[in-house]
Design a protein around this ligand. Structure first.
Ligand SMILES: C[S@@+](CC[C@H](N)C(=O)[O-])C[C@H]1O[C@@H](n2cnc3c(N)ncnc32)[C@H](O)[C@@H]1O
Length: 229
């Protein structure tokens, strides 16, 4: 689905008290085909399509898996992960009862089947968290964590990289052999260091920008496959 595929349908007028940037954001939301499609399907966010596209490309999510979704709110990725890991229709599934554990600063609206923990990931010791969740041998750690934009490119980059590095450290302690780590990163700066580290821990490390990720954003996803344990 291309976000350039259709002309703008809804025009938003500037309103008293509303900043021009907010008007632009609103106009983009109202005309974004991914936002419209997410709404019609019942996904909590347009981000759901990013995970769908990552999964279509790398074939990661399978019935019976245990998935941890870091930065899960409002919940699009968790919904997609639940559909995949709890599917009873997949051929050769040994166990169709997969698990999706979501972590975020903000609680999403109820998502049936999601085990949610309201946690500030940066203020939690990963080892304590693993004890609290009583988990190990996790198949996939996902991180779409992002703090709200400061408007300062370098600061935003450093913040996302800090979240991504913590997620990678956590993944290093919970993943099973052969496991997968997927995380949002921003291009530039500290990102090559993380890649280097991941290449030691995983058999394959690939950068991927799903079509649903906005072209004007420097966001992309690092997909690390085959955890060496
Ligand atoms: C882009 S949204 C994730 C969207 C989600 N993947 C979806 O499909 O709906 C980023 C999320 O990261 C969360 N986040 C940012 N910093 C965090 C932190 N330190 N600990 C936990 N969650 C955090 C935010 O609260 C926000 O919900």
């Amino acid at each position: 689905m291309s976000s350039n595929a259709r002309p703008l349908a809804v025009k938003v007028k500037t309103a008293k008290g509303r900043k021009i940037s907010s008007t632009r954001w609103l106009q983009r939301q109202l005309n974004d085909p991914y936002v419209l499609k997410a709404k019609s399907i019942g996904y909590k966010s347009r981000a759901a399509f990013k995970l769908i596209e990552i999964d279509e490309r790398f074939n990661l999510l399978k019935s019976g898996m245990t998935v941890i979704d870091l930065g899960c709110s409002p919940g699009g990725w968790s919904q997609v992960a639940l559909e995949k890991v709890c599917s009873k229709h997949e051929k050769n599934a040994l166990n169709s009862l997969g698990r999706v554990i979501g972590i975020d600063l903000n609680e999403p609206e109820a998502i049936p089947g999601l085990e949610f923990y309201k946690i500030n990931f940066l203020e939690t010791d990963p080892i304590d968290l693993i004890g609290k969740l009583k988990i190990n041998n996790v198949d996939i750690v996902l991180s779409d964590m992002a703090s709200s934009s400061s408007g300062h490119k370098k600061t935003d980059h450093l913040r996302i990289m800090a979240l991504c590095e913590s997620a990678a450290f956590f993944a290093d302690h919970v993943l099973k052999r052969g496991g997968v780590f997927v995380a949002k990163v921003l291009s530039g700066g500290a990102e090559p260091e993380l890649q280097k580290l991941l290449k030691i821990k995983f058999e394959k490390v690939i950068n991927f920008k799903p079509p649903a990720s906005r072209k004007d954003s420097s966001e992309k996803y690092v997909v690390a496959i085959g955890f060496r344990a």
